[in-house]
Design a protein around this ligand. Structure first.
Ligand code: EPU
Length: 360
């Protein structure tokens, strides 16, 4: 195990916020996690697990020990009559996994092309795009328990996936008598080391989203291959989402809120153009980007934190990384902007927007 001190975090978070980690360990396998647990000081210290840094807002120097997940590997581990089972290390880039599976002839992840971040982070917030969520292609995962030092495997039900949600986002309940963690929450406790995906042999394209329908109409291709959908999704995303390599950001900053049909009817009566989708359970999902845009935030800034011009759901770092690598937005500016947006949306629509990224 190699322990680093006073490590710059700017290259390790896609918002490119300048901060340092007091202590950082690059985790290349289970042995590194076991070594952390056996270390006299690190074992008991608070820890922060960092994947691709694409879903995090850093508001100051990080005191917990940063476990930077670098576990590599992508392989076919099993074949059933229905599926190819693919296993990938937590540190692999998500987009590279999507690309690799398609090149090997295993379709199923194409709608989730270009989502920033790592394989290990993908189950945490059950990533999703263009009609497919991680849980639709998930088989199981291996994780390491930082409180016991044991490895364990979880299936989809045990991960308790929801919309941008899983067991890994919830803190464990603490038993008041023993002080031990109980209940389902695994936040701050489990480190995901490997993820397995079940990719369908009888693949069907998922083309329900309006943006993909437009691509079909425009190109005249009515039966696209998985590779064609991958290319379309990359084009759609590049046209409206900022490339984190150029403009710092963490993807959608807020979740799309869900309201009751009555609440939605009330909002439509006041705001007839509100973008909304009826869900199978009877509730209605509203487009948070539309709500923020309607409040006039698109293109606005607070300090160096801004609202992206082409998609109001994405907050960006207006700093110029090339010219001024030590400048740019602070995590505080990003959070001040986020709170101002939440207040506007609440005052106008009566809806509390929930942030997607972790704030540390
Ligand atoms: N809209 C506006 N103004 C804006 C932004 C959006 O009017 O400034 C409207 C759009 O015109 C559209 C609607 O809002 O009618 C929804 O926008 P979009 O299709 O861009 O999708 P989204 O709901 O904003 C979600 C995911 C994205 C995912 C896309 C495609 C969440 C929080 N976000 O965005 O995921 O790529 O759908 O599936 O669910 C992410 O989570 O980081 C992410 C990028």
């Amino acid at each position: 195990m190699h322990i680093e001190h006073n490590v710059p975090l700017q290259p390790l978070n896609t918002f490119h916020i300048v901060a340092r980690a007091a202590t950082l360990v690059r985790v290349r396998g289970l042995d590194d996690l076991r070594a952390v647990m056996a270390h006299p000081e690190l074992s008991a210290a608070p820890k922060l697990v960092l994947g691709g840094g694409s879903n995090i807002v850093i508001t100051g120097d990080v005191k917990p020990v940063v476990l930077k997940m670098d576990i590599a590997g992508m392989r076919l581990v099993q074949e059933t009559t229905q599926h190819w089972i693919i296993e990938a290390g937590a540190g692999e880039s998500w987009h590279e996994l999507v690309r690799w599976t398609l090149a090997q002839g295993y379709p199923g992840l194409e709608n989730m092309a270009l989502i920033p971040g790592t394989v290990g982070a993908s189950p945490v917030q059950n990533i999703g795009a263009y009609g497919v969520e991680l849980q639709d292609r998930f088989e199981s995962l291996d994780a390491f328990d930082l409180s016991t030092g044991q490895s364990f495997t979880l299936n989809a039900a045990q991960c308790a996936f929801g919309y941008r949600d899983s067991v890994f986002k919830h803190a464990p309940a603490i038993d008041p008598d023993s002080g031990q963690a109980t209940g389902l929450g695994l936040a701050g406790r489990a480190v995901i080391t490997q993820v397995r995906f079940a990719l369908p042999k009888r693949w069907k394209p998922e083309l329900g989203y309006l943006d993909l329908q437009k691509k079909m109409a425009h190109t005249g291709i009515t039966q696209p291959s998985a590779q064609q959908i991958f290319d379309w999704v990359c084009e759609i995303r590049r046209a409206k989402l900022p490339d984190p390599a150029v403009i710092g950001n963490a993807g959608s900053f807020f979740k799309n809120p869900t309201v009751s049909p009555e609440q939605c009817a009330d909002i439509i009566a006041r705001e007839p153009k509100v973008v909304h989708y009826h869900l199978a359970d009877g509730s209605v999902k509203l487009a948070a980007g539309w709500l923020i845009d309607a409040c006039g935030w698109r293109g606005k800034s607070i300090g160096q934190a801004g609202v992206y011009e082409k998609q109001a759901l994405v907050l960006v770092n207006r700093g110029d990384m090339q010219r001024d690598p030590s400048g740019g937005a602070t995590g505080g500016e990003v959070m001040t902007l986020a709170k101002a947006i939440q207040t506007s949306v609440y005052e106008r629509f009566g809806i509390v927007l929930q942030p997607e990224p972790f704030v540390v």
